[in-house]
Design a protein around this ligand. Structure first.
Ligand code: DAT
Ligand code: MG
Length: 150
């Protein structure tokens, strides 16, 4: 739906490599509405909650260590099919399989340094938004919506 929300996060490598602005720009230009934004150096405990579904995977400890190695930029984008479209804009989990034109396909080579996170379902998006923005989200009207949606 038009009000669907997704949690997108620039990972520590994306911050270090100066890709925050480019990634925000892609979502802005596509027509998504920015409704939350946060710069945070997350704790391993917080990241273990974020990646709870992957606990037990062999790469889990390395994933948590990498994600806690520096600040990330967490954001919430709203718009038509935001979850699925966000995933398409990110590219495949393994950047070697990501199409050029996607964030990972343009900027990354290694699955363990793949620049960005995006929610994989509407349910998980809502859980991730609650985890990263427990204080809630500012509501506002964006007057350009009549130029983006029929
Ligand atoms: P995605 O980030 O595309 O949703 P995921 O949720 O399956 O992928 O995994 C979360 C992150 O864990 C992923 O972005 C990078 C890392 N990861 C996944 N599979 C991996 C693997 N086989 N080896 C190393 N890291 C991996
Ligand atoms: Mg995932």
């Amino acid at each position: 739906s038009v009000s669907e929300r997704t949690y997108i996060m620039v990972k520590p490598d994306g911050v270090q490599r100066g890709l925050v602005g480019d990634i925000i720009s892609r979502f802005e230009r596509r027509g998504f509405k920015l409704i939350a934004l946060k710069f945070v150096h997350a704790s391993p405990e917080h990241l273990e909650k974020h990646y709870a579904d992957l606990k037990g995977k062999p790469f889990f400890p390395g994933l948590i260590k990498y994600m806690a190695s520096g600040p990330v930029v967490g954001m919430v984008w709203q718009g038509l099919d935001a979850v699925k479209t966000g995933r398409v804009m990110l590219g495949a989990t393994n950047p070697l399989a990501s199409a050029p034109g996607t964030i990972r396909g343009d900027f990354a080579l290694a699955v363990g340094r793949n620049i960005c996170h995006g929610s994989d379902s509407v349910d998980n998006a809502e859980k991730e938004i609650q985890l990263w923005f427990p204080e809630g989200i500012v509501q506002y009207t964006n007057d350009n919506e009549k130029w983006i949606f029929e």
